[in-house]
Write a protein that binds this ligand. Structure first.
Ligand SMILES: [Zn+2]
Length: 233
């Protein structure tokens, strides 16, 4: 009986060794394909609140400065995107320009913003501005995209579509040749959130309620784009 037990225990050990060996061989045979599986990447959005510091941007008749409107909306978009698992970097966090140059120039300022997006290998780049025009009649947001970039056009289309429920109308996106958009290699858009030259737009843009609604729509547009490209589920 004891011999029989010893024999069956030995048999079990041999079988276990064979199973283990086969398992290791199987794992080894899998390893080339395992290493080929791409690393799961997370989307990175760089938001660029236009102007800042010594550069106030456009001004409304009531004295509302573009730089403050852009920053408030960018911060809200950042909050919403982060809540959806997106990594976000802002070219500026407060009332200051991103450029470290002592001698301010618009060109250097814009290039610093583009370099920031490149440094963080952004998935998309979204600059946020407020519009102004001399007739004081134009109003509402307009989404511009880097001319000649189909992915930028698609990103712009998603953001414009997301703005429709808020605005009650569908405004076509517009191609633009703008230094800050041209200098980056990822899809890039400029969301002009409204006209500070229009009294009604300026009054709306001054309220945190409208800023939040705009930010929510912009976020939805960016998320739709990221989902369509497989960056998010
Ligand atoms: Zn601007």
């Amino acid at each position: 009986m004891v011999d029989q037990l010893r024999r069956s225990t030995r048999l079990m050990e041999v079988l276990a060794a064979i199973v283990l060996g086969l398992g290791l061989w199987w794992l080894h045979s899998l390893s080339p394909s395992l290493t080929a599986v791409p690393v799961v990447s997370h989307p990175i959005v760089v938001l660029d609140p236009g102007h800042g510091g010594r550069d106030p941007g456009a001004l409304s008749r009531s004295g509302l400065m573009e730089k403050h409107v852009n920053l408030a909306i960018a911060h809200a978009v950042a909050r919403f995107l982060r809540a959806n698992g997106v990594t976000v970097y802002l070219t500026r966090m407060k009332d200051q320009g991103p450029s470290s140059f002592h001698q301010y120039s618009v060109q250097q300022d814009l290039i610093a913003r583009s370099r920031f997006a490149e440094k963080f290998s952004a998935t998309v780049f979204v600059t946020i501005h407020s519009n102004w025009e001399p007739s004081h009649s134009a109003r509402g947001p307009i989404v511009y995209y880097d001319a000649g970039s189909p992915s930028s056009a698609q990103l712009a289309a998603e953001v414009a579509k997301a703005l429709v429920p808020l605005l009650g109308y569908d405004r076509p996106t517009r191609p633009i040749r703008q230094l800050v958009l041209q200098q980056v290699t990822m899809p890039a858009i400029n969301v002009e959130v409204g006209f500070l030259s229009h009294s009604h737009d300026a009054a709306l843009l001054a309220t945190s309620h409208y800023q939040i609604n705009l930010a929510s729509a912009i976020t939805h547009g960016i998320l739709s784009y990221l989902r369509s490209r497989g960056w998010l589920h």
